[in-house]
Design a protein around this ligand. Sequence first.
Ligand code: HEC
Length: 184
Amino acid sequence: MKTLKIFAAGLVLGAILIVLGVYLYFVTGKAPVAASAEPMPFEVMLAHRALNARIQKEMPDHAPIAADEANLVAGAKTYREHCAICHGLPGRPETAIAKGMYPHPPILLEGKGVTDDEPGETYWKVANGIRLTGMPGFSQSLSSTQMWQVSLLMAHADKLPKAVADEFSAASSPDLGGKSAPAK
Ligand code: HEC
């Protein structure tokens, strides 16, 4: 009986020390808060687990529109206006905004991007955003059709028609979407 009591007291004390340790880590300024700092222990793993679990529960399982040329070109226009500033345009230098962000916005139009994700997963991210990362949610500023168009564009980024490349070259620089000559 006595050993059981000592054991229970040890458990309680251990729990208090852990809570105190975590509290001290935050209030003494040890936790990374700068965009340029390294992530906290377990931060990346836990954040990804939580995000994936929520998306699996809520993402739509199929796109309500076709990935045809008209929709991909419309998606490219939305991308140029709302996404390129962070995620970049093919062959254009990274913007000052993208350079200074943590986590860093991934390149979505070159290499694999998110072509291996279901369009429904990308749609969820575009609509809701990703908390504490700088990735905005667009459900209040874009229509559902616009969000599907840009999600289909992301899913087909490795096999886009020429008309889409033409839409991108209409951007004067990644930080805006003017119609002047392409910047160097
Ligand atoms: C202000 C900067 C910013 C803008 C604007 C922005 N994003 Fe993001 N986006 C981010 C960041 C930062 C991440 C990385 C989040 C993370 O690490 O979990 C991200 C992540 C993503 C991802 C997930 C990538 C992956 O590997 O799973 C997708 C898809 C995405 N963005 C699409 C878009 C689309 C489409 C738009 C435009 C409608 C857009 N983003 C606009 C900053 C931005």
